[in-house]
Ligand binder design. Sequence first.
Ligand SMILES: [Zn+2]
Length: 91
Amino acid sequence: MALFNAMETIVVNMFDEFSKSYELKCDCNKCKEDMLALVLNKIPPRYTSSEKGQLFIKGMYINPQLQSDVMRELMEAAIIVEHHQHHPEEV
Ligand SMILES: [Zn+2]
Protein backbone atom coordinates (compact mmCIF):
# COMPACT_ATOMS: atom_id res chain seq x y z
CA MET A 1 0.00 0.00 0.00
CA ALA A 2 1.35 3.40 -0.94
CA LEU A 3 -0.50 6.02 0.99
CA PHE A 4 1.00 9.36 1.84
CA ASN A 5 -0.12 12.67 3.23
CA ALA A 6 -0.26 15.06 0.28
CA MET A 7 -0.20 18.00 2.69
CA GLU A 8 3.37 17.09 3.57
CA THR A 9 4.56 17.75 0.03
CA ILE A 10 2.54 20.94 -0.18
CA VAL A 11 3.70 22.31 3.15
CA VAL A 12 7.36 21.48 2.47
CA ASN A 13 7.22 23.20 -0.93
CA MET A 14 5.38 26.20 0.43
CA PHE A 15 7.92 26.49 3.19
CA ASP A 16 10.56 27.21 0.54
CA GLU A 17 8.40 30.01 -0.83
CA PHE A 18 7.68 31.25 2.66
CA SER A 19 11.34 31.35 3.69
CA LYS A 20 12.12 33.60 0.71
CA SER A 21 9.70 36.28 1.84
CA TYR A 22 10.05 35.88 5.60
CA GLU A 23 13.35 36.36 7.35
CA LEU A 24 13.66 33.38 9.68
CA LYS A 25 15.56 33.97 12.87
CA CYS A 26 17.21 30.59 12.51
CA ASP A 27 17.20 28.54 9.33
CA CYS A 28 18.72 25.32 10.65
CA ASN A 29 17.09 22.01 9.88
CA LYS A 30 15.83 21.56 13.43
CA CYS A 31 13.85 24.80 13.40
CA LYS A 32 12.56 24.04 9.91
CA GLU A 33 11.31 20.63 11.04
CA ASP A 34 9.72 22.15 14.13
CA MET A 35 7.84 24.62 11.93
CA LEU A 36 6.75 21.95 9.46
CA ALA A 37 5.54 19.74 12.32
CA LEU A 38 3.51 22.59 13.82
CA VAL A 39 1.86 23.34 10.49
CA LEU A 40 1.19 19.70 9.65
CA ASN A 41 -0.37 19.14 13.07
CA LYS A 42 -2.77 22.03 12.55
CA ILE A 43 -3.77 21.42 8.96
CA PRO A 44 -5.92 18.34 8.34
CA PRO A 45 -3.95 15.60 6.58
CA ARG A 46 -5.00 14.61 3.06
CA TYR A 47 -4.07 11.00 2.59
CA THR A 48 -3.93 9.85 -0.96
CA SER A 49 -2.44 7.06 -3.03
CA SER A 50 0.78 7.81 -4.83
CA GLU A 51 -0.86 7.59 -8.27
CA LYS A 52 -3.59 10.07 -7.46
CA GLY A 53 -1.24 12.10 -5.32
CA GLN A 54 0.47 14.10 -8.04
CA LEU A 55 -2.81 15.20 -9.55
CA PHE A 56 -4.22 15.99 -6.15
CA ILE A 57 -1.22 18.09 -5.17
CA LYS A 58 -1.43 20.08 -8.41
CA GLY A 59 -5.08 20.78 -7.72
CA MET A 60 -4.29 21.94 -4.20
CA TYR A 61 -1.63 24.36 -5.39
CA ILE A 62 -4.05 26.31 -7.53
CA ASN A 63 -6.47 26.60 -4.62
CA PRO A 64 -5.88 30.12 -3.27
CA GLN A 65 -7.77 29.38 -0.05
CA LEU A 66 -5.47 26.48 0.75
CA GLN A 67 -2.39 28.52 -0.10
CA SER A 68 -3.38 31.32 2.21
CA ASP A 69 -4.24 28.83 4.99
CA VAL A 70 -0.84 27.19 4.73
CA MET A 71 0.95 30.55 4.55
CA ARG A 72 -0.88 31.79 7.62
CA GLU A 73 0.01 28.62 9.55
CA LEU A 74 3.65 28.91 8.44
CA MET A 75 3.76 32.47 9.71
CA GLU A 76 2.33 31.43 13.09
CA ALA A 77 4.70 28.47 13.32
CA ALA A 78 7.70 30.67 12.50
CA ILE A 79 6.79 33.02 15.35
CA ILE A 80 6.31 30.13 17.79
CA VAL A 81 9.62 28.49 16.86
CA GLU A 82 11.47 31.81 17.07
CA HIS A 83 10.33 32.15 20.66
CA HIS A 84 10.83 28.53 21.67
CA GLN A 85 14.03 27.45 20.04
CA HIS A 86 14.94 23.98 21.20
CA HIS A 87 18.67 24.45 20.81
CA PRO A 88 21.22 26.99 21.95
CA GLU A 89 22.05 29.93 19.73
CA GLU A 90 24.48 28.95 17.02
CA VAL A 91 27.15 31.26 15.72
ZN1 LIG B 1 17.53 26.53 14.60
